[in-house]
Design a protein around this ligand. Structure first.
Ligand code: FO1
Length: 321
């Protein structure tokens, strides 16, 4: 059975692993992916949108399977040449990846909104899903660490997430509008999936765009989160460290508390199966399976579990009403 319209909220690498399994399960034109853009930044004069690119490259079958970001087999000759001028060029842009940023930057400078540029890139790469930035306005995650104020990429890539986080702000979020199509995709969905991304820096910025949280709360569709944690640890990145530092327990319960009133159900790893009854006590339906998406087969299984859980929540609701 096809699930109807599906809307996913997504960050980068973890989200992309789920989406490569989810996309083939949804009829063409029925999957909308709302992507975090608070990681975006300007490097060497170019506008980089890492989460959009990771999602697009993965769905286009181009992504580097080991790094998770960038293009498989890409070379870094331009970066090496740049390092001849600027020794500390720490953010790596591959030669083929550069084309994506050149195209985006040129169009942005000409006044084209990011959502339209992303739609063009989606089509050019042959991706069947609709990929929307969360907003056309600039939103930036600012990380206050014990060492000072950092942009998100400085914190994550340059400083390798070594510093302790004191607070996070999503600069510009309050004045931002959801990109065209974002609210409608939430309203019209039959299931909404929160991808296994860092809740604090990938999903929270999307929720911080005015109107998005309310739309999720009001949505008829069940909201199903796929936990990014396995036994308290993320597959990649500093989510657990950040969560602990900011007082969010790195567990399915901590995640449920963080997503609060928008959440209906959660897919968790078998390692966390003890949390199923605890989530149930809070009204969160949960299912567990091996969530480590090391192969396309595992991605499909996790995506199917999220859709099945969403459908069962919907059926329960229909029975109750
Ligand atoms: N991550 C790194 O750890 N080092 C890099 O040099 C780097 C470059 C890069 C270039 C383009 C792109 O789309 C992503 C890139 N990433 C890099 C990944 C990115 O910093 C993060 O994974 C995301 O922002 C987190 O979602």
């Amino acid at each position: 059975r096809r699930p109807g319209k599906v809307t996913a909220l997504a960050g980068g690498v973890g989200a992309a692993r789920l989406l490569r399994g989810l996309a083939p399960l949804v009829a063409r034109g029925q999957l909308t992916i709302v992507v975090n853009t608070a990681d975006d930044d300007v490097f060497y004069g170019l506008n980089v949108s890492p989460d959009i690119d990771t999602v697009l490259y993965t769905l286009a079958g181009l992504s580097d399977p080991v790094r998770g970001w960038g293009i498989a087999g890409d070379t870094f000759q331009a970066l090496e040449a740049l390092r001849g001028y600027e020794r500390d060029a720490w953010f790596q842009l591959g030669d083929r990846d550069l084309a994506t940023h050149l195209f985006r930057t040129e169009r942005l400078r000409a006044g084209t909104p990011l959502s339209q540029i992303t739609a063009l890139q989606t089509r050019s790469l042959g991706v069947g899903a609709r990929v929307l930035p969360m907003s056309d306005e600039t939103v930036r995650t600012i990380v206050e660490t014990t060492g000072g104020r950092r942009s998100f990429q400085e914190y994550l890539v340059r400083d390798r997430a070594r510093e302790t986080v004191r607070s996070l702000t999503y600069q510009g979020a309050r004045g931002a509008k959801p990109a065209p199509g974002v609210l409608a995709a939430i309203e019209e969905a039959s299931v909404i999936v929160i991808a296994p991304s860092n809740p604090l820096v990938s999903i929270a910025p999307i929720l911080a765009v005015p109107g998005v949280r309310q739309a999720l709360r009001r949505a008829e569709a069940p909201v199903v989160a796929v936990s990014p944690l396995i036994g308290g640890r993320p597959v990649k990145g500093p989510a657990d460290k950040m969560m602990r530092a900011l007082g969010v327990a790195p567990t399915p319960l901590g995640l449920a508390d963080f997503y609060e009133d928008v959440l209906d159900a959660m897919v968790i790893d078998t390692a966390d199966r003890a949390f199923v009854p605890k989530l149930g006590a809070r009204g969160i339906a949960a299912t567990c399976l091996d969530t480590l998406m090391r192969s396309l087969g595992r991605s499909t299984a996790v995506a199917r579990a999220a859709l099945t859980l969403g459908a069962s929540v919907r059926e329960q609701r229909n029975l109750a009403s």
